[in-house]
Structures are given as structure tokens and as C-alpha cells.
Design a protein around this ligand. Sequence first.
Ligand code: SF4
Ligand code: SF4
Length: 213
Amino acid sequence: MINITQVVKVIDEKCIGCKQCDQVCPTEAIKTVDRLARVDKDLCTGCNKCIEACMDHGAIKREFLDAPRRVVTDSGTVDRSQLEKICAAALLDPEEAICLCTATTAGEVAAAILKGGRTPEALSVMTGVRGVCAIWCTGPVIRLLEAASIKVERSSRDWRVYPENAGMAIGIWNVPPEVADKYPEYRIRENQERLKHGRIEVPMFANIERTPS
Ligand code: SF4
Ligand code: SF4
């Protein structure tokens, strides 16, 4: 379970309708229609990838919610043996956090698949996975979908789905101590310690708050 505390809004007069934002959104929350981007705030996880994509035009701003929006998939309401079967086929422990940003577990994603999630975007909306950087957890999400016999076929130009770890030489496990200490808000040292025991349990981003499910 995660709580979303921030979403985004579009400044209409600055939007030129280029659709760059559509192409990076992990939840399909932002869509450009008639040359104007629109945000479905109920789908937005506040990852801010669209803000980066729109840097040249500055048409997207952060908007903090009055009250956090809870994102949860109750894994207690699905068949546990089916959930474990999907995780085992994907070579993942159900309790394993597969998302470094939100600490969403493999079991939560498997439960969302059993509840009808059929795409990485739908699983992001249902569980919060891929809700921030959308890089490291995309591989495990695709593995879980394929373990449930759901094929994810995407163009190599689909910026929302990155090949697992492609081109990545650095991970949380090899961030140098001086860099970890420079950015305490990402809780890197704390998570490096937890990784030694096979778990990341603390979300890395200050605007994501994880609460016990
Ligand atoms: S990237 Fe910016 S300018 Fe382009 S459609 Fe999206 S909001 Fe509008
Ligand atoms: S989920 Fe991320 S990319 Fe999509 S609209 Fe929200 S902040 Fe932008």
C-alpha cells in the first residue's frame, strides 16, 4: 500500500500539444487530445516524468493533494496458491519488494494480475508499482505478467517500458557512500543495509509514504 501525496496539473496556455508527456506516463494518466494535455488525477502517481518531458515548455506543474490518496491491492482476497504460482514462475518471492521507489512487493503485483490487471500501466494504477522512476521494477512486472501467460508486446520506442536493466551500470547496491550521504532524502544507506538481508522495505522518495498493508 502506498499513499500518493502529489499529482500534476497542466498550464493550458503553455501546452503546445506535442504529446511528449503521453509517451512517458507509466499510468496513462496524461493524454493529449485536440492539442491540449489533460490529466486524470485519479490515475496520476506524481512520478513527475511528464514534467521532465515537458521541460522545454514548462506546461506541467506539481500539485499537492489536500489528503493522500491510498493505492492498495488486497492480496488477502485472491487465491494464495495462484499468487504463489505466478511469483514462483517469475522467480520472485511474494514478499520481495520489486519496486525500489515504492517497495511494492511481487505478491501485491501478482494479486493485481489475479484481479484483472493485464498491462504494466494497469498494474501501476492498482498497486503503485512503477509509480516513480518506472525503470528497475518494469522487468519484474513484465516477468510476473508473462508468468501469468500475459504477453507484453511493445515497440522498442515505447518509452514507458524499458528492457530490464538495459544500459544501467549503477544500482542502489553500488551507489558510493559519498553520493548516498549527499542525498539523505533517498534513504540510500538505510536501503543498502536492508538489501544485505534481501529486502527493500522503505520507499526511496520523500513524497511516497508506505504504510503497512
Ligand atoms: S509535453 Fe508539455 S507541451 Fe507537450 S503536450 Fe504535454 S503538456 Fe503539452
Ligand atoms: S503519473 Fe507521472 S507521468 Fe503520469 S501524469 Fe502523473 S506525474 Fe505525469
